[in-house]
Design a protein around this ligand. Sequence first.
Ligand code: PLP
Length: 286
Amino acid sequence: MSRIVYVNGAYLPEQDAKVSIFDRGFLFSDAVYEVTAVLNGKLLENEGHLSRLMRSCAELQLRLPVTATELENIQNELIALNQLREGALYLQLTRGCSGDREFDYPPAYVTPTLVLFTQSRPVINSVKAQTGISVVSVEDIRWGRRDIKTVGLLAPCMAKEYAHSQGADDAFLVEDGMVTEGSACNAWIVTCAGVLVTRPLSNRILHGITRKSLLLLAKNHGIPFEERAFSLEEVYSASEAFISSATSFIWPVVNIDGKPVGEGVPGPVTQALRKIYIDMALQATA
Ligand code: PLP
């Protein structure tokens, strides 16, 4: 069945959806996006995703052509039209199309382009959550405003492609010997003392919505944590490692650069935290 997608006010079969070749998202990656998980046909943590979208827009002086309520209505309409029960909702906003290729931002009357589509896939029972993933370390060559969720994602694509060429699932990005994050996820370790560690918020990483919730859940469940940068060496000697993102929730990292992390299997702290997150997610979408 063809998906119904949303483009600038219209709900269309995906093959009929069109955006201009002069769109600034296409020409300059002048666009921001969000991915929200869908569980039981409902959006998970959507408030956080929409507030991050507003922040990305504000940082780039990008105008959202609809209100937050209208946007939520569009999201829910698209989920209903596609009868999506579990998966993801992708949303992209570009600075629109001024009819030619000009670096300057177009005049304010140029309407931004808003596109949304659904993706049906298992979130709770994903295979990688059971088996864990392997990662390789690669230099973080991304730009200096990783806190803005833009569609300029060529560096993460290159990192992921490199990981696959090495027989790994994903990459941990490293800057000055310290892990920033994964190619499309936040990175975590569990020290031998059982302390969760993830990098603090700054322009060097995306401010993950799942990361934020996990820190709150860890606090509420008495799991000790530290927000600090950690080195690649610390991952090698950690007892556990994992990644977090909206659509993976938590996936254990069982191998890095060909070496097992801890016992080389999903660890108890990672599994416990995944369960805590899933319980919260199921309750929030019941
Ligand atoms: N870091 C990067 C670079 C990402 O691309 C993502 C998600 O796309 C994340 C972290 C995780 O963020 P969230 O938990 O909001 O999905």
